[in-house]
Ligand binder design. Sequence first.
Ligand SMILES: *[C@@H]1O[C@H](CO)[C@@H](O)[C@H](O)[C@H]1NC(C)=O
Length: 230
Amino acid sequence: MHFPLQHFLLALPLAIAHPCEDTTNIPTVQEAAVQARQLLRSEKIGTLSTVFPSSDARGLGGYPIGMTDYYADCSNNGNPTLLAIKIATSFKNARNGAPISLTLREHSPSSEFYSPAAHHRLSLIGRLSPPIPANSDEGRRVKACFTKAHPDAKWWVPGNPIHKSEWVTFEVERVYWVGGFGDREFIGDIPVELYRNVTLKEDQAVVVNGAIRFNIQQVWGRLRGMLRIE
Ligand SMILES: *[C@@H]1O[C@H](CO)[C@@H](O)[C@H](O)[C@H]1NC(C)=O
């Protein structure tokens, strides 16, 4: 496999711009809503973004901050469950009235060549619910669901001796979706009702992941064709 590096670099944008001939099957907004719910189901760590309140003692009022956090998809309507540590910045800001967003990205299902830019990205925008009482049926249900996704979180569930924490629901009000490259994926707002109304069946996520990997393989195949690499 011998080819000059500059040929590779010249061909790469072309291969990415025209990776497959068929651009007629861009997902509809309904299909993107299903993909968004599948992404929420298949990931479990995201970035919570909030804005500091104007009263912030360090003068950070109005500045945004994004922090990585755990979530679990424990509802059937796309509202993620969070384990809110009371002293954590995201939850302090949210308690002070800030709206909140949760940003996710799809991670490669394998170590094959792939481009993160071609993969799904989701931003949910909304508000946190009041705390779910830990000793209610719902509190016990979300604890079982959340610690199944995050076994290590058992150390900071409500009632632990170290940190005050509580279960909250991220109540989604708006959904913004970037499916990947715009010539083959839906990019834009997904109406929240469409998103909420999706009913997931377990085996669908695999199909979508397969389709994505297939697209990336097309990019790579085309690149190899242009470069005559075996
Ligand atoms: C969502 O589901 C509700 C209840 O079944 C239905 O009334 C509504 O029309 C649906 N909305 C969309 C956008 O699918």
